[in-house]
Design a protein around this ligand. Structure first.
Ligand code: NAI
Length: 462
């Protein structure tokens, strides 16, 4: 029987980060994952492969639509789906190997197989029984499947399959206008598919600022996305090679859509299979996630902790990594902490959409008085040089103290621009602090400064 200070079950962003931090803090650590490669959903079938395909498809679309304006003529531009998918697989292989290297570097012992908690200080994986002081559950999440939308992996698919399609669908029907629907919808639209998105809710990004989500929707529609909001998918069936999706319209009528692929992207649920939580007495929340104390990440069993997608909160890799560090630091008697008010959300479409903090609707709901500062991509010199004039940035700050409360970006490189604003939120900066910070010229980051100046009523360039 092997003994460890800590066993982490799940090798995704939450799990591998917590394992490394624990090793740095001198714990003896083992990590268990059912996959042969570490990195979880994010590295294997989520964030990284989708970004690889988003980058490839963006290059293709740029070659078709923007090269001429740059004075480049390229004839007979062709794309090769198999090569794009193979490159994506290579990127995945490299990043997962990178995590493997980090495990070796930090002397973390790896076990491949399904981990089962058989006691408050015991974990089994295959034939191995591990005696442990502490256990972290970091088993992540899996796609939600609708009973009336049976997945066949060929015509009716989840995000896992949409990352490895062999050919471009003619008409892809996406169920759910969430992050996955928009990102993978973008990949296949850029490569030539007609993409229709059926969404139950009345708008995009319900937790974000409405005006900015409306702007994103308008830009997506200009690209050819077809949205059906307030439509509920009732069922999806296949008829030969066709997919028939039955939807209920806002007026209660039923209509059918026909395509050759249906992507079901209606959210994810915690993956807790085979863990044996009921046997050891680990309690779940009403929504089926592992219940934890959000300071220590301890579950109802004191030696068992949980972090990442399997606990409450946004299912985001960066949120999971923060929890991995905080959980282990608190375990080691340090002051680990996650600031849930400063976790950015990003949609890697084009233009990108990124936000942090509260939007206007949330601020009004909470009765917080605020000031708005807005800037546009169009007048920014770097954006012009890049042909990236579409987009806006909005800052919301406290009316009395000027402290930054939220930031919303729709535009090129929003995923990078949001980092400065997240740091500002973390440091409790005011909008004026941002406005009076020197931003390099010419950069897109000047759009951040512009909005902060406008927030103070003295925008120089807008
Ligand atoms: P999501 O929760 O973002 O969106 C699912 C959408 O499906 C919701 O808007 C919901 O109203 C809609 N829906 C549910 N049932 C429906 C029905 N019967 N008919 C029509 N619409 C229906 O979930 P998604 O996109 O599957 O992503 C899962 C998780 O993965 C999310 O938590 C997301 O944050 C995370 N993720 C994050 C990424 C990023 O940070 N860039 C990328 C991909 C995923």
């Amino acid at each position: 029987m092997k003994e460890f200070d800590l066993v982490v079950i799940g090798g995704g962003p939450a799990g591998y980060v917590s394992a490394i931090r624990a090793a740095q803090l001198k714990m003896s650590v083992a990590i268990i994952d059912k996959r042969a490669t570490l990195g979880g959903t994010c590295l294997n079938v989520g964030c990284i492969p989708s970004k690889a395909l988003l980058d490839s498809s963006e290059h293709y679309e740029n070659a078709l639509t923007n090269f001429a304006a740059h004075g480049i003529s390229a004839k007979d531009i062709k794309m090769d789906v198999a090569q794009m998918v193979a490159r994506k697989d290579k990127v995945v292989a490299e990043v997962t190997a990178g995590v493997d290297f980090l495990m070796k570097k930090n002397k973390i012992e790896r076990f491949v197989g399904l981990g089962t908690i058989t006691g408050s200080n015991e974990v089994r994986v295959g034939e191995e029984v591990l005696k442990v002081k502490k256990i972290i559950i970091a088993t992540g999440s899996e796609p939600i499947e609708l009973p009336t939308v049976p997945i066949d992996g060929a015509i009716v698919i989840t995000s896992d399959h949409a990352l490895s399609l062999k050919k471009v669908p003619k008409h892809l029907i996406v169920i759910g206008a969430g992050v996955i629907g928009l990102e993978l919808g973008s990949v296949w639209r850029r490569l030539g598919a007609k993409v229709s998105i059926v969404e139950f809710l009345p708008r995009l990004f319900p937790s974000s600022d409405r005006q900015m989500s409306n702007l994103a929707q308008r830009l997506y529609e200009q690209q050819g996305f077809e949205f059906m909001f307030e439509h509920k998918v009732e069922k999806a069936e296949t008829k030969g090679k066709a997919a028939i999706v039955t939807v209920k319209t806002p007026t209660g009528e039923t209509k059918t859509l026909e395509g050759d692929a249906v992507l079901c992207a209606v959210g994810r649920k915690p993956y807790l299979e085979g863990l044996g939580l009921d046997k050891v007495g680990v309690k779940l929340t009403e929504r089926g996630r592992v219940a934890v104390d959000f300071h220590s990440y301890q579950t109802s069993v004191p030696s068992i902790y949980a972090i990442g997608d399997c606990i409450d909160g946004a299912m985001l890799a960066h949120k999971a990594m923060e929890e991995g560090v905080a959980c282990v630091e608190v375990m080691a008697g340090q002051a680990g902490h996650v600031n849930y008010g400063a976790i950015p959300g990003i949609v890697y479409t084009h233009p990108e959409v990124a936000w942090v903090g509260m939007g206007e609707e949330e601020l009004k709901e909470k009765g917080i008085e605020y000031k708005v500062g807005r800037s546009f991509f169009k007048p920014n010199g770097r954006a012009k040089a890049m042909l990236e004039g579409d987009g806006q940035l909005k800052l919301l700050s406290d009316k009395k103290t000027d402290r930054l409360l939220g930031a919303f970006i729709v535009g090129a490189r929003a995923s990078e621009l949001i980092a400065e604003l997240t740091l500002a939120m973390e440091f409790g900066a005011s909008a004026e602090d941002i406005a009076r910070t020197c931003h390099a010229h010419p950069t897109l980051s000047e759009i951040v400064k512009d909005a902060a100046e406008q927030n103070g009523g003295w925008a120089i360039h807008q």
